[in-house]
Design a protein. Sequence first.
Length: 156
Amino acid sequence: MAAKIYPYVIFLPKSSKHEVLRTIFGSSVPVDILKLALKRGFSKKIYQKDLIESLNYSNKTIIEHLKSLTDLGILDEHMEKTEVSGRTVWLKTYTLTDLGRWFALLLVEEEDLPREEKIEIACNLFRLYIRWIRELVDKLGIKKEELLRIFEEEMK
């Protein structure tokens, strides 16, 4: 069952957003894991082994934070079966969830994103926000025509 995601807008000062996120996560380890995920690509899998080799933290520390990020719904955990020297080996991999992608986006410098990705992000954010507003409108009994009027005014 997917957790309900609320489209909150967070304004972070560009100069200190990494420090703000380290404070929120309580450590720089999750931030570094998200940065590595960004470097690999939003939809790419990240091998636990690569994280342990790439980050300057103990295996135990990385594994504890991977478990926390998985429990929080920021990462999905997968097992991958492979053959190495005639032996079957199971490798643990992680991918960013939708929620994880939003957290990872907080770390991205806007100028580093290609125009196409910016457009996709803006459209996805708009869609998510509109769905949330639609539910709120239904709950509060606000007429959709009122929102359409506001939208048309603001889009002029």
